[in-house]
Design a protein around this ligand. Structure first.
Ligand code: SAM
Ligand code: SF4
Ligand code: SF4
Length: 341
């Protein structure tokens, strides 16, 4: 029997997912997330002692599971640059009543780590790759890494037994939108699932503008010209991607319509930042500190109270009110690399 408590936010949404950002560091400098001109050699990332330890993260996860969390996703920054990340994967995979543990990564370090992660109990992998065009990819990742470096990681993950792998591709008008069909075709042939993400106004640094967004319906029309697809049902309530199946084959793709068709009503995600703050929305401006109470000796019950109260107060629905609220707040949004996608 599960001893889970059901807590709901102001819009009656339960907590089901925990996204854990394990580091604010990254080996890439994607222009839409951590622009290289800002995150240069002298940029000060969080010091090691400011990060939650693996034991602290596991403790918070255990409590979150008692409050309803069923799925955990490890993200960042780049989660694979956090030393010994497989140890955290193992600790989390041993928690009872958790049905899924997944990771989102840029894939660069997977040739070295894929098998270790699989052995540690990681169930699913999402690898981000915006295009197969080498010149465009070198530009987009800000570090001049070639496409091959990521493809090698995906191959290693596949060999380690992660199948299918989800491939995240952020689509930006005039940058990589003319390459989406190639990406879909390539990964359909490999048995993986590309999910095209509408470019979002996360954080404060990417000079986002609606003009740079390619609406999901245009992404699907474009793909349809070469690969006929039809919509298929969501696998579970609150699934973020809208799924499409190839008409003439088993291939699948997805679109994440955060801008043109937001899905806040089904958003059951709680986020934990590397230094131990809770955020209840990707576009949050203020976190709730857990590291202070944890290091001051808070009991599990006290942590339950903090997490439950944070969730109960939640009324976030940023994407549904984006157009109404634009520019009305002076609070700075948290950066994407800080709390993960
Ligand atoms: N470093 C890992 C990676 O890139 O997969 C994990 C963290 S990254 C912040 C998580 C996801 O957010 C990636 O798939 C990335 O492409 C996506 N992302 C980052 N900035 C975005 C933006 N402005 N709009 C949409 N997706 C974005
Ligand atoms: Fe790094 Fe991921 Fe952000 Fe790219 S999207 S800079 S890989 S954290
Ligand atoms: Fe969830 Fe916030 Fe995104 Fe809406 S905008 S889906 S509440 S993270």
């Amino acid at each position: 029997m599960s001893d889970k408590k059901e807590i709901k936010d102001q819009l009656k949404r339960p907590i089901r997912d925990l996204r854990i950002s394990v580091t604010d560091r990254c080996n890439f400098r994607c222009s839409y997330c951590m622009p290289a001109e800002i995150y240069g050699d002298r940029y000060k990332f969080l010091e090691q002692d400011k990060l939650l330890t693996f034991e602290e993260i596991t403790r918070v996860t255990n409590i979150a599971v008692k409050l309803g969390v069923e799925k955990v996703r490890i993200t960042g920054g780049e989660p694979l640059v956090r030393k010994n990340i497989d140890i955290l994967v193992r600790l989390i995979s041993e928690i009872h009543n958790l049905s899924d543990i997944a990771m989102t990564t840029n894939g660069y370090l997977l040739p070295k780590l894929a098998q270790t992660l699989k052995n540690a109990g990681l169930k699913r992998l999402t690898v981000s790759l915006d295009t197969l065009n080498d010149d465009i990819f070198r530009q987009m990742n800000g570090r001049n890494f070639g496409v091959k470096s990521v493809l090698k990681g995906i191959e290693a993950a596949s060999l380690a037994g992660f199948q299918p792998i989800k491939i995240n591709s952020v689509v930006q008008k005039g940058i990589n939108d003319h390459t989406i069909t190639d990406l879909a075709k390539y990964f359909i042939n490999k048995g993986h699932i590309v999910r095209f993400i509408e470019y979002m106004d996360v954080g404060t640094l990417n000079n986002w503008n609606m003009k740079h967004v390619v609406p999901a319906k245009d992404i699907i029309s474009k793909i349809n010209e070469t690969i006929p697809v039809k919509p298929i049902k969501a696998q579970y309530h609150g699934e973020v991607a809208k799924r499409y199946r190839e008409i003439n084959g088993p291939g699948e793709i997805g679109v994440i319509t955060s801008v043109t068709n937001p899905f806040c009503g089904g958003c059951t995600r709680l986020r934990l930042s590397p230094e131990g703050s809770l955020y209840t929305c990707l576009f949050g401006t203020r976190g709730t500190d857990l590291r202070g109470p944890i290091r001051d000796g808070a009991s599990d019950q006290e942590l339950v109270e903090i997490i439950s109260n944070t969730w109960r107060m939640r009324n976030d629905r940023y994407s549904e009110t984006r157009n109404i609220n634009a520019d009305k707040t002076n609070d700075k949004k948290v950066e994407m690399y800080h709390i993960g996608g």
